[in-house]
Design a protein around this ligand. Structure first.
Ligand code: ADP
Ligand code: ADP
Length: 227
């Protein structure tokens, strides 16, 4: 699903070396954690996959295609095929949970007759079918995050990128969100989670990639959190 070959990312102006000769592969259907201190390069990795940043050197392939070959409209299509979840996911507060999730389908041009079925499936995957009429203010932070995950997966992306998805949540809600991400993965979506949450990485074991100063220093198939 993702292939990095000798990828270096040096930000212009500050000349910060965010990623340093990074080579790795993430297969279709994998669940992978990306860990490392703040500044290790986790967000930069995500930005490269989304083509929000361009590598200074090296080659990146996503779903078998070399990103450098993507232009204009194809870049937009690529981004639509990748679900994203962040620490703060702004839901539209005047829309209920259902409509927040359906909004993505409107934007991505999915025919309206498919909306109800897709939204219902996504809400079920995140365990919030019964809250679909609730407004964001009526939901806990963990539930809001699950709505954001439903929104990210409703168009059935082959890949989901989650950057600190539990950053604002207490331990119970964090575990809930992790279970939901695992459900998404069980349905066939490749999931990459950048996180600082040691307890989650050690409780829900998955392959763990550790970055240090932009270099891959560990690739542990059974997980483990050692920075
Ligand atoms: P985290 O540690 O949670 O990943 P960061 O503070 O590293 O968060 O980054 C948050 C956002 O700010 C990212 O999108 C990143 O690209 C951007 N960012 C981080 N450092 C800088 C910087 N020195 N200059 C400009 N943007 C930055
Ligand atoms: P992480 O997500 O692991 O915290 P980042 O990828 O955000 O790490 O940052 C890696 C390095 O690149 C850090 O030194 C950060 O300050 C720098 N950086 C991130 N984004 C930018 C940016 N847009 N411009 C300049 N430097 C950046």
């Amino acid at each position: 699903m993702i292939q990095f070959k000798n990828v270096t990312l040096e930000y212009p102006v500050t000349r910060t070396l965010a990623l340093d000769d990074l080579s790795l592969q993430v297969g279709k259907g994998e669940f992978v954690y990306l860990v490392g201190h703040s500044g290790a390069g986790k967000s930069s990795f995500m930005n490269l996959v989304l083509k929000r940043a361009l590598p200074t050197r090296g080659e990146i392939r996503v779903a078998g295609e070399t990103l450098a070959r993507y232009r204009g409209r194809r870049t937009a299509l690529l981004r639509r095929r990748i679900g994203t979840v962040f620490q703060d996911n702004l839901l539209l507060d005047h829309l209920n949970a259902y409509d927040n999730v359906a909004f993505t389908l409107r934007v991505t041009g999915v025919p309206q007759r498919e909306w109800a079925g897709r939204v219902t499936t996504a809400m079920r995957t995140v365990g919030l079918e019964h809250k679909k009429h609730a407004l964001p203010v009526q939901l806990s932070q963990g539930e809001q995050q699950r709505v954001a995950i439903a929104r990210a997966i409703v168009a059935d992306p082959p890949l989901l990128l989650a950057d600190e998805p539990t950053g604002n949540l207490d331990p119970d809600h964090s575990r809930e969100v992790l279970r939901v991400l695992q459900n998404v993965n069980l349905r066939g979506t490749t999931v990459i989670v950048a996180t600082h949450a040691r307890d989650l990485v050690e409780t829900f074991r998955h392959r763990t990639l550790t970055l240090r100063k932009g270099r891959l220093v560990r690739d542990d198939p059974y997980g483990g959190y050692t920075l």
